[in-house]
Design a protein around this ligand. Structure first.
Ligand code: ZN
Length: 151
């Protein structure tokens, strides 16, 4: 667990002044970008409870969500497009899994219901896969299996 005085995993300043307000204190994220950033920080810190709590009930997967050998390296938010009760956040997250560098480029869909923003699903610009199918593919993968990233 990160100290609040340390840099936030999402790159947005001190953890205490950034994603800790949502991940640790349970405040509702005021917009979809902040929710997306806090979910990234939750992935970094292995906070599956927070990921499930911010996932829309219609698309929420069954745990486990996290892969133990994933090391998250950084987040870059490319776009935040709010449209009333919906929003799109496009980002690139870099991580390493089983020693191999990977890049997740996702356009995530969020919806606001009951005064909170929720993660719904994502698409992959240039890859044409859903988040669920990519996670499925990743979880089926065995260590040491040669991987051929979709191009
Ligand atoms: Zn943050």
């Amino acid at each position: 667990m990160s100290s609040r005085a340390q840099p936030c995993p999402c790159g947005g300043g001190d953890y205490g002044a950034c994603c800790a307000r949502y991940v640790e204190d349970g405040l509702p994220a005021p917009d979809a970008e902040k929710l997306m950033r806090s979910r990234y920080s939750a992935y970094v810190q292995g906070r599956e409870d927070y990921l499930l709590a911010t996932w829309h009930a219609s698309t929420r997967p069954q745990p486990p969500l996290l892969q133990e050998n994933t090391k998250w390296l950084g987040l870059e938010v490319r776009r935040h497009v709010p449209q009333g009760e919906r929003a799109l956040v496009e980002f690139v997250a870099r991580y390493r899994i089983a020693g191999r560098g990977q890049r997740l480029h996702e356009a995530s869909n969020f919806v606001r219901e009951q005064g909170r923003w929720w993660y719904v699903d994502g698409s992959f610009p240039g890859a044409g896969k859903t988040h669920a199918s990519q996670q499925q593919a990743a979880s089926n993968e065995k260590p040491g299996t040669a991987r051929n990233p979709a191009k």
